[in-house]
Design a protein around this ligand. Sequence first.
Ligand code: NDP
Length: 404
Amino acid sequence: MAKKVLIIGAGGVGHVVAHKCAQASETFGDIVLASRTESRCRLIADDVSRRLGRSIKTATVNADDEASLISLIEREQPDLLIHVALPYQDLVIMNACIKTRTHYLDTANFEPRDTAKFEYVPQWKLAGEFEKAGVMALLGSGFDPGVTNVYTAWAAKHCLDTIEYLDIVDVNGGNHGQPFATNFNPEINIREVTAPCRHWEDGAFVETPALSMHMPFECPEDVGTYEIYRLYHEEMESLVRNFPGIRRAQFWMSFSQNYLKHLEVLQNVGMTRIDPVSYNGMEIVPLQFLKAVLPEPSSLGPLTRGQTCIGIIARGKRNGVDKSIYIYNICSHEDAFSEVGSQAISYTTGVPAMLGAKMMLDGKWMKPGVFNMENFDPDPFMDEIGRFGLPWKLQDPARVRDSF
Ligand code: NDP
């Protein structure tokens, strides 16, 4: 029987999640979309109605306020809540889900507002309370984290006896033609990119200066060659815990010279600061002000051309012999826009958010507690993700590059 879902957050990712839940009507019967600004929910609901002929209910909520969240959940009685607002709200929303016994899913791990760090530990600490309430939380069900975790679990299940080296490579070969813009929430994006890099090596995270390590990466098929930069990314925290044989884990993301040049200037002039400064008798946070003047990520949809290519390169042993594999997805910005009206970054995050929720509600991934994607059997997810728009491929191991 189809279930009821409550989506929190009507940004770029929320737009895709709403469309994808509406497409999967066998699982998602009623859909409610709530955000701080209800007019944004209405625009999305109108688009879903026009494209798919399904109606979505909308509401306003401040997800920083547990009481107002609880009253929304009690009023709507959803089976599951998909949180695609901001990582600052993870713990408040999780606590509201515990109190109302509602299943929970998010796409980004908890981040305190006043420090540019993000970690799973405070969310994992709620495992006992989720168990006691008899409900489940699925953490990081986007692309990276999310699909990359499932790719790793699939590699460990089907291809390698041990994974020793893991490289996650996120290339955005798209171009939106703007002098400077970010493809998802600018505040979260810039905090992530400007933080010191950490990668896993021989049992510990090693810190190096932000963006100091880089190299060219040749993507498969016709995507092209891009400069990729090593940075810290949250899925490494859970993957090295769940696959303790990993000796080194690194995350790489492509950036254009133009993006990096703008970022350097913004940093140099203090516009990426996250501490409040006094301006005209009031306190403002420069990075939050910057967000307000940058293009909305959701406005980039019609402008972006090109493809993303995100995947994992896992190296280890199979039957005592060295083996490497590369699993990846290529997603076209233009195809994503013509299907749901979003660019590929929101699309590649929104599709797995919907599919993670579908795995839970269909009972394929369901047990009380707090889990990451790799804690479950990857097969049903890998079987279904292609039909929802993100097909994956396994590159001929002989062609996997060895330069990492
Ligand atoms: P946007 O900034 O486009 O959207 C965020 C939405 O959340 C906005 O509609 C905003 O409302 C709403 N919101 C913010 N604060 C509150 C609040 N207190 N109460 C209710 N609603 C609120 O971000 P994105 O859609 O680009 O990203 C959404 C999430 O997805 C982020 O957590 C991001 O980190 C994550 N993400 C994960 C990826 C992955 O692969 N795992 C990749 C990309 C993103 P308003 O419109 O009023 O400001």
